[in-house]
Design a protein around this ligand. Structure first.
Ligand code: SF4
Ligand code: FES
Length: 257
Protein backbone atom coordinates (compact mmCIF):
# COMPACT_ATOMS: atom_id res chain seq x y z
CA UNK A 1 0.00 0.00 0.00
CA UNK A 2 1.31 3.42 -0.91
CA UNK A 3 2.48 5.53 2.02
CA UNK A 4 0.23 8.60 2.38
CA UNK A 5 2.12 11.83 1.84
CA UNK A 6 1.55 14.81 4.09
CA UNK A 7 0.20 17.86 2.37
CA UNK A 8 2.89 20.48 2.21
CA UNK A 9 1.96 23.53 4.27
CA UNK A 10 2.78 26.92 2.78
CA UNK A 11 5.50 28.78 4.66
CA UNK A 12 4.06 31.19 7.21
CA UNK A 13 3.90 34.71 5.88
CA UNK A 14 5.98 36.78 8.28
CA UNK A 15 6.10 39.91 6.14
CA UNK A 16 3.88 41.77 8.57
CA UNK A 17 6.22 41.24 11.54
CA UNK A 18 8.30 44.08 12.91
CA UNK A 19 11.34 44.20 15.18
CA UNK A 20 10.66 45.77 18.55
CA UNK A 21 12.73 46.04 21.73
CA UNK A 22 11.07 45.34 25.07
CA UNK A 23 13.11 46.91 27.89
CA UNK A 24 11.99 45.24 31.12
CA UNK A 25 12.88 46.02 34.73
CA UNK A 26 13.90 42.67 36.22
CA UNK A 27 14.11 41.78 39.90
CA UNK A 28 14.58 38.40 41.50
CA UNK A 29 15.29 38.58 45.25
CA UNK A 30 16.53 34.97 45.20
CA UNK A 31 19.35 35.97 42.86
CA UNK A 32 20.22 39.55 43.76
CA UNK A 33 19.01 42.42 45.91
CA UNK A 34 19.43 44.74 42.93
CA UNK A 35 16.99 45.27 40.11
CA UNK A 36 18.30 45.72 36.56
CA UNK A 37 17.07 46.47 33.03
CA UNK A 38 17.08 43.78 30.37
CA UNK A 39 16.40 44.22 26.64
CA UNK A 40 14.64 41.62 24.51
CA UNK A 41 14.37 41.95 20.73
CA UNK A 42 11.13 40.56 19.35
CA UNK A 43 9.81 39.81 15.88
CA UNK A 44 6.12 40.42 16.39
CA UNK A 45 2.94 41.59 14.70
CA UNK A 46 2.57 45.26 15.69
CA UNK A 47 -1.17 44.70 16.07
CA UNK A 48 -0.47 42.38 19.01
CA UNK A 49 -0.73 43.64 22.58
CA UNK A 50 2.13 44.22 25.01
CA UNK A 51 0.87 41.15 26.89
CA UNK A 52 1.45 39.04 23.75
CA UNK A 53 5.02 40.34 23.61
CA UNK A 54 5.58 39.37 27.24
CA UNK A 55 4.18 35.90 26.51
CA UNK A 56 6.51 35.57 23.53
CA UNK A 57 9.51 36.40 25.70
CA UNK A 58 8.42 34.02 28.44
CA UNK A 59 7.73 31.13 26.08
CA UNK A 60 10.62 31.62 23.64
CA UNK A 61 13.40 33.54 25.39
CA UNK A 62 13.28 33.48 29.17
CA UNK A 63 10.82 31.35 31.12
CA UNK A 64 11.80 33.09 34.35
CA UNK A 65 10.14 36.38 33.32
CA UNK A 66 7.35 36.82 35.84
CA UNK A 67 4.11 38.78 35.51
CA UNK A 68 0.44 38.38 36.38
CA UNK A 69 -2.33 37.98 33.83
CA UNK A 70 -5.52 36.02 33.54
CA UNK A 71 -8.32 37.10 31.21
CA UNK A 72 -6.21 38.90 28.55
CA UNK A 73 -9.26 41.05 27.76
CA UNK A 74 -9.22 43.98 30.17
CA UNK A 75 -11.61 42.40 32.64
CA UNK A 76 -9.68 40.80 35.51
CA UNK A 77 -7.31 43.70 36.23
CA UNK A 78 -4.34 41.47 36.99
CA UNK A 79 -1.82 42.75 34.41
CA UNK A 80 -1.55 46.40 35.39
CA UNK A 81 2.04 47.56 34.98
CA UNK A 82 3.98 50.68 34.07
CA UNK A 83 4.39 50.85 30.29
CA UNK A 84 6.40 53.76 28.88
CA UNK A 85 5.95 55.62 32.16
CA UNK A 86 2.18 55.16 32.53
CA UNK A 87 0.13 52.59 34.35
CA UNK A 88 -1.72 50.48 31.81
CA UNK A 89 -3.16 47.00 31.39
CA UNK A 90 -0.67 45.08 29.22
CA UNK A 91 -3.57 43.33 27.48
CA UNK A 92 -5.05 46.64 26.32
CA UNK A 93 -1.99 48.31 24.81
CA UNK A 94 -1.19 47.61 21.16
CA UNK A 95 2.49 47.49 20.26
CA UNK A 96 1.90 49.67 17.18
CA UNK A 97 0.60 52.44 19.42
CA UNK A 98 3.70 52.74 21.58
CA UNK A 99 6.75 51.43 19.67
CA UNK A 100 6.76 54.12 16.95
CA UNK A 101 7.39 51.58 14.16
CA UNK A 102 9.11 52.88 11.00
CA UNK A 103 10.23 50.66 8.10
CA UNK A 104 9.52 47.53 10.13
CA UNK A 105 11.50 48.57 13.20
CA UNK A 106 10.31 50.07 16.47
CA UNK A 107 12.25 53.31 16.89
CA UNK A 108 11.63 53.42 20.65
CA UNK A 109 11.92 50.58 23.14
CA UNK A 110 8.77 49.55 24.96
CA UNK A 111 9.78 50.21 28.58
CA UNK A 112 8.00 47.98 31.08
CA UNK A 113 8.31 47.97 34.86
CA UNK A 114 6.28 47.11 37.94
CA UNK A 115 3.80 49.64 39.30
CA UNK A 116 5.29 52.30 41.57
CA UNK A 117 4.72 52.69 45.30
CA UNK A 118 4.17 48.97 45.90
CA UNK A 119 6.70 46.37 47.01
CA UNK A 120 8.06 44.45 44.02
CA UNK A 121 8.05 40.70 44.69
CA UNK A 122 9.54 39.60 41.38
CA UNK A 123 9.94 41.28 37.98
CA UNK A 124 6.53 42.84 37.22
CA UNK A 125 4.68 41.40 40.22
CA UNK A 126 3.93 43.67 43.17
CA UNK A 127 2.58 42.85 46.61
CA UNK A 128 -1.16 43.57 46.36
CA UNK A 129 -1.98 42.67 49.98
CA UNK A 130 -1.93 46.27 51.36
CA UNK A 131 -4.02 47.39 48.37
CA UNK A 132 -6.68 44.76 49.05
CA UNK A 133 -6.57 45.50 52.79
CA UNK A 134 -7.44 49.16 52.06
CA UNK A 135 -10.29 47.86 49.85
CA UNK A 136 -11.57 45.59 52.65
CA UNK A 137 -11.36 48.49 55.12
CA UNK A 138 -14.06 50.24 53.07
CA UNK A 139 -16.49 47.39 53.79
CA UNK A 140 -17.28 46.81 50.11
CA UNK A 141 -20.60 45.08 50.67
CA UNK A 142 -24.20 46.12 51.27
CA UNK A 143 -24.88 47.08 54.90
CA UNK A 144 -28.52 47.06 56.00
CA UNK A 145 -30.50 46.77 59.21
CA UNK A 146 -33.84 45.18 60.01
CA UNK A 147 -35.25 41.91 58.86
CA UNK A 148 -34.21 40.17 55.69
CA UNK A 149 -36.51 41.39 52.91
CA UNK A 150 -38.83 38.86 51.35
CA UNK A 151 -38.36 40.39 47.90
CA UNK A 152 -35.63 42.23 46.05
CA UNK A 153 -34.52 45.66 47.27
CA UNK A 154 -35.93 48.00 44.64
CA UNK A 155 -34.08 51.06 43.39
CA UNK A 156 -35.04 53.69 40.83
CA UNK A 157 -32.93 54.03 37.65
CA UNK A 158 -31.98 57.51 38.88
CA UNK A 159 -30.72 56.18 42.21
CA UNK A 160 -28.79 53.44 40.40
CA UNK A 161 -27.25 55.99 38.08
CA UNK A 162 -25.82 57.85 41.09
CA UNK A 163 -23.03 55.29 41.58
CA UNK A 164 -22.95 53.60 38.17
CA UNK A 165 -19.43 54.81 37.30
CA UNK A 166 -17.80 53.37 40.40
CA UNK A 167 -19.35 49.93 39.89
CA UNK A 168 -16.97 49.47 36.94
CA UNK A 169 -13.81 49.11 39.02
CA UNK A 170 -11.79 45.94 38.36
CA UNK A 171 -9.33 46.50 41.24
CA UNK A 172 -6.29 46.69 39.01
CA UNK A 173 -4.54 49.28 41.27
CA UNK A 174 -3.48 51.42 38.29
CA UNK A 175 -5.01 54.49 39.95
CA UNK A 176 -3.61 53.99 43.44
CA UNK A 177 -0.10 53.24 42.21
CA UNK A 178 -0.06 56.32 39.95
CA UNK A 179 -0.84 58.67 42.86
CA UNK A 180 2.15 60.73 44.12
CA UNK A 181 0.53 60.99 47.57
CA UNK A 182 0.46 57.20 47.74
CA UNK A 183 4.09 56.98 46.57
CA UNK A 184 5.16 59.25 49.40
CA UNK A 185 3.00 57.69 52.06
CA UNK A 186 1.78 54.15 51.53
CA UNK A 187 -0.62 54.60 54.47
CA UNK A 188 -3.04 56.63 52.31
CA UNK A 189 -6.06 54.46 51.49
CA UNK A 190 -5.64 55.47 47.87
CA UNK A 191 -8.04 56.18 44.99
CA UNK A 192 -9.23 52.61 44.39
CA UNK A 193 -10.39 52.14 47.99
CA UNK A 194 -12.26 55.47 47.84
CA UNK A 195 -13.86 54.52 44.51
CA UNK A 196 -15.17 51.34 46.10
CA UNK A 197 -16.39 53.21 49.19
CA UNK A 198 -18.19 55.63 46.82
CA UNK A 199 -19.93 52.69 45.15
CA UNK A 200 -21.70 51.88 48.45
CA UNK A 201 -21.94 55.33 50.10
CA UNK A 202 -24.13 56.55 47.22
CA UNK A 203 -26.20 53.37 46.95
CA UNK A 204 -29.70 54.25 48.19
CA UNK A 205 -30.17 50.70 49.55
CA UNK A 206 -27.09 50.84 51.79
CA UNK A 207 -27.07 52.04 55.41
CA UNK A 208 -23.34 52.02 56.10
CA UNK A 209 -22.49 55.34 54.48
CA UNK A 210 -21.78 57.17 57.76
CA UNK A 211 -19.42 54.39 58.90
CA UNK A 212 -17.47 54.52 55.65
CA UNK A 213 -17.32 58.32 55.71
CA UNK A 214 -15.89 58.23 59.23
CA UNK A 215 -13.17 55.83 58.08
CA UNK A 216 -12.35 58.16 55.19
CA UNK A 217 -12.30 61.21 57.49
CA UNK A 218 -9.16 59.70 59.03
CA UNK A 219 -5.68 61.19 58.53
CA UNK A 220 -4.99 58.48 55.93
CA UNK A 221 -8.32 59.08 54.26
CA UNK A 222 -9.87 61.20 51.57
CA UNK A 223 -8.33 64.54 52.61
CA UNK A 224 -4.91 63.33 51.48
CA UNK A 225 -6.06 63.64 47.87
CA UNK A 226 -4.48 66.64 46.16
CA UNK A 227 -6.68 66.45 43.03
CA UNK A 228 -3.73 65.64 40.76
CA UNK A 229 -5.86 63.55 38.33
CA UNK A 230 -3.16 60.89 37.74
CA UNK A 231 -5.70 58.33 38.94
CA UNK A 232 -8.32 59.35 36.40
CA UNK A 233 -5.73 59.29 33.60
CA UNK A 234 -4.57 55.82 34.63
CA UNK A 235 -7.93 54.10 34.99
CA UNK A 236 -8.38 51.53 32.19
CA UNK A 237 -12.14 51.51 32.82
CA UNK A 238 -12.51 55.23 32.23
CA UNK A 239 -13.86 55.80 35.74
CA UNK A 240 -13.92 59.46 36.80
CA UNK A 241 -11.81 58.60 39.85
CA UNK A 242 -10.99 62.16 40.93
CA UNK A 243 -14.66 63.16 40.59
CA UNK A 244 -15.67 60.23 42.81
CA UNK A 245 -13.12 61.30 45.42
CA UNK A 246 -14.46 64.88 45.27
CA UNK A 247 -18.01 63.60 45.77
CA UNK A 248 -16.93 61.67 48.86
CA UNK A 249 -15.23 64.82 50.22
CA UNK A 250 -18.43 66.77 49.56
CA UNK A 251 -20.50 64.12 51.34
CA UNK A 252 -18.18 64.41 54.33
CA UNK A 253 -18.77 68.15 54.51
CA UNK A 254 -22.52 68.15 53.90
CA UNK A 255 -23.36 64.67 55.26
CA UNK A 256 -25.75 64.40 52.33
CA UNK A 257 -25.36 61.42 50.05
S1 SF4 B 1 -10.67 52.80 39.75
FE1 SF4 B 1 -9.89 52.20 37.71
S2 SF4 B 1 -7.65 52.23 37.94
FE2 SF4 B 1 -8.49 52.22 40.01
S3 SF4 B 1 -8.49 50.05 40.60
FE3 SF4 B 1 -10.53 50.54 39.75
S4 SF4 B 1 -10.38 50.02 37.57
FE4 SF4 B 1 -8.27 50.10 38.34
S1 FES C 1 -5.17 40.04 31.81
FE1 FES C 1 -7.10 40.52 32.70
S2 FES C 1 -7.17 42.68 32.53
FE2 FES C 1 -5.39 42.18 31.42
Amino acid sequence: MATPTLEKQPAADTGHLVTVTFRIRRFDPERSADAYWQDFELRIDPKERVLDGLHQIKWENDGSLTFRRSCAHGICGSDAMRINGKNRLACKVLIKDIADVKDGVGTKPVVIEAMKGMTVLKDLIVDMDPFFQAYRDMMPFLITSGNEPTRERRQSPRDRERFDDTTKCILCAACTSSCPVFWNDGQYFGPAAIVNAHRFIFDSRDEGGEQRLEILNDRDGVWRCRTIFNCTDACPRGIQVTKAIQEVKQALITRRF
